[in-house]
Design a protein around this ligand. Structure first.
Ligand code: ZN
Length: 189
């Protein structure tokens, strides 16, 4: 009698994606505390968090300082290796083109993200770099883990910024437009 389980793909170790995403959300809150769009990431190897990062392009004057890149740099430094095979990255927002490319260069085993980013997401929203077989042989991707928490955090951040901008423009010029971006995606990138 054939073994009916033999054809199932071998799952990567991932007992509790929510546990790791909760840590990525903590990183996102660190970004907010510094006035950055709240996006956070952690890198996990063999079930252990080895690195973390949060979005900080404004504070660092660095357009590449997205949460994923910060976490990848810290993980590579820690492992002493520019490749991160067998590692998983958890991030609170769908990665952009730059971060998706960096994750492929790192040869991550898996990327797990929370909220979708309809404006700049490169893992299925605007395009899907991970399904380009000529580009990607290493990294699988999964979205939607704790998406409500992650998008709620972004919405709360932008609501606070809009309220602050309204207050400022009301003080400076009652008819003025503060020009603060209302879209989480465009302001994160
Ligand atoms: Zn990015």
């Amino acid at each position: 009698m054939p073994d009916s389980t033999a054809s199932l793909p071998e799952p990567l170790p991932q007992e509790s994606p929510e546990r790791y995403m909760a840590l990525a959300l903590e990183q996102a809150r660190l970004a907010w505390a510094e006035g950055e769009v709240p996006v956070g990431a952690v890198v996990v190897k063999d079930g252990v968090v080895i690195a973390a990062g949060y979005n900080q392009p404004i504070g660092r004057h660095d357009p590449t300082a997205h949460a994923e890149v910060m976490a990848l740099r810290a993980a590579a430094e820690k492992l002493g290796n520019y490749r991160l095979p067998g590692c998983e990255l958890y991030v609170t927002l769908e990665p952009c083109i730059m971060c998706s490319g960096a994750m492929m260069h790192a040869r991550l085993a898996r990327v797990v993200y929370a909220a979708v980013d309809p404006k700049t997401g490169a893992a299925g929203s605007v395009l899907n770099l991970f399904e380009q077989e000529k580009l990607n042989h290493h990294t699988e991707v999964r979205g939607g883990v704790m998406a409500d928490e992650a998008s709620g955090l972004l919405k709360a951040f932008f609501a606070e910024r809009r309220a602050a901008a309204r207050k400022l423009s009301a003080e400076a010029a009652p008819e003025g437009d503060a020009g603060i971006a209302s879209n989480p995606a465009s302001a994160q990138a």
